[in-house]
Design a binder for this molecule. Sequence first.
Ligand SMILES: [Mg+2]
Length: 371
Amino acid sequence: MAKIHNVKVGFFALPPATRLVDARHGDHDVIELITVALTDETGATGIGYTFTGGHNGAAIHKGIEADIVPLLAGEDADQIAAIWDKIWWACHYGGRGGPMVLALSAVDIALWDLKAKRAGLPLWRLLGGYSTSVRCYAGGIDLHLEGDALLATVDAAIATGQTAYKMKVGRDNLAEDVARLTAVRRHVGDDFTLMIDANMKYRASEAITAARAFQPALPLWFEEPVVPEDIDGLARVAQEGGLAVATGENFRSLWEFAETIKRTPISYPQPDVTNCGGVSAFMKIAALADAFHLPIASHGAHDITVHLMAACPNASYLEAHGFGLDRYISHPLIIKDGFAQAPEIPGIGFTFDEEGLSAFCVSAQEHDLRS
Ligand SMILES: [Mg+2]
């Protein structure tokens, strides 16, 4: 029993470190970061976060402040499943599938960090523990790049220890994407792992044409060829395009993954712990994939997700995400020879650089829940 005594909620609007462009969202001018810190009656603190590409941050922040913080009063921080259910159903009517799931995710992550700290274990060991490292790739957000600039970005990722890279596709002219992908494949050689990501750019028939055009460059997977609502279209792309398909960063629940796995030959379910319902939901999605003999991939938040992937027997590749939040955390991801190292620090193993973040603070509130 460890009652939650204090909640701190932060909302930050961060400038990207470099220009970030993808096919659906265009330029990312602002990265929104919403942080949660939960302190229990023993004085231990767990932290979590969620993020957006520039919109809905205010709704997520307000959702935590107005709806979730009151629901945490009097709760035992160790009963994460009960708290998750309480928040899910309290916020279900207006929040299912939307910003409230991101809000819930941040709180759930903080609860798991707190639980692991109280146990004196790194989160991946608390979750079962499978491997001390996981295969990793650099997630490029590089649709605006081509020629030497694109190759230099790939080289910069390789210089950090990466042996796999994901590039964006989805320009209006398919031939430009084919040329960009072909140039990168020629540059890195056949032994290097390449993925491609269309960020929901295409309709299914366009995606099938694109997949067939990309096929000679041997990408490991074709990510988000279509919108998450088009499950039948996704099935067609996976069946007719000739490439393995990854998707899931825009799914918002375990049940969307279940429906997609049932109805399509998807190859890489790809949840994001900060928007699928947190650690609790991510681990269920990973187990669901395992039950269908599928590997699990990941999107975003690599500093947390490295723990989850290191606890999964069916882990494929961890995405080292390109939003650059590493600048504001104490222990950024360590990558050696293409493998991300699972931290041995209790909990999720990092804290936020509060001084560095303070310059970009939109709101910071603290709530005392002791009655
Ligand atoms: Mg993606």
